[in-house]
Every structure is written in C-alpha cells, then in structure tokens.
Design a protein around this ligand. Structure first.
Ligand code: CMP
Length: 140
C-alpha cells in the first residue's frame, strides 16, 4: 500500500553536508518527498517528539543531541514507505547496520546515527502530524 513516513536527517548528517546524498537514496528507492523543512528543534519539541523514550536512560543525551544543530524533517510517500525507509536507514546502531545503508555510510554512533524514520504506520501518523499541518503536505 502507499504509505507516508516521517524522516529526520539528524544534526550530525546535516553538519556533514549530506542532505542531498540522503535525499538521492530516498528517491532512488521510489520514495517521494511530499513535505520538508529545516528546523533547529527546541528542547520541548525534541522531548515531545521522543516522548515514548522519556524513561529510557539515553533520553537526556538524545534530546541534547537532537537540539545540537538544525535537522531536516521530511515526509516520504511511496509503496511500503515505512519499511522501505527503515531498510534504507539500516540498524539503529551503525556498527550493526548492513553495508550500503545510510547509517553504515554516514553515521558514527548509536546517538549520532544520521537519520530517524517512523517505525510503524501508527507512529508515522503521529510523527507527521507533529511536524506538519495537513495543508503542508503535497502528495503527487
Ligand atoms: P531514533 O530512530 O531517532 O529513535 C530514538 C533514538 O535514540 C535512536 O534513533 C538512537 O539514535 C537513540 N539511542 C541512543 N541509545 C539508544 C539505545 N540504546 N537504543 C535505542 N536507541 C538509542
């Protein structure tokens, strides 16, 4: 089915100047960017986005990292978009990510791991709505 998923290019990858290389991977896999914005997240925005991780030991470091510089936030649309994007990203820990994935190629550590992608269509709906009004999406 055609799905939408929320993708974030994290501060480490923005700083490395590889936004375009990562967008190329989305496009080559058949995913379309139907909304995007660059944003420097506030602490409250990052905490709200990652609320499900609030009790995890890494939460403080995660919020600190995600607010350390601008991120690129986009909605990707396409067949099986949630899983397609997760396959492109590779494992959360870049040391475990398959060769040729975004995290294997651009990420340094489990904290600075280049990209975020929704893990289900349910979280995708919440995450897309967290960053974008319905009128900001441009399906095509
Ligand atoms: P992300 O997909 O953005 O979702 C939560 C983030 O927490 C994850 O990517 C990692 O960058 C970060 N993180 C740090 N430590 C861990 C951990 N032990 N398990 C899962 N995620 C972690």
């Amino acid at each position: 089915a055609i799905e939408r998923t929320l993708s974030i290019i994290k501060p480490d990858a923005v700083a490395k100047n590889v936004i375009g290389e990562i967008y190329t991977r989305f496009e080559k896999a058949g995913l379309k960017v139907v909304a995007s914005k660059m944003k420097h997240l506030s602490q409250k925005e990052a905490e709200g986005f990652y609320a499900e991780h609030a009790e995890r030991p890494f939460f403080g470091a995660l919020v600190e990292f995600m607010t350390s510089g601008p991120v690129m936030v986009q909605v990707l649309e396409g067949e099986n978009a949630v899983l397609t994007n997760r396959d492109l990203m590779g494992a959360t820990n870049p040391k475990e990510a398959d060769a040729g994935t975004i995290r294997a190629d651009f990420a340094e550590s489990i904290d600075a791991n280049a990209v975020h992608g929704s893990d289900s269509t349910t979280s995708a709906a919440r995450e897309v709505a967290y960053f974008f009004a319905a009128t900001e999406l441009c399906p095509r």
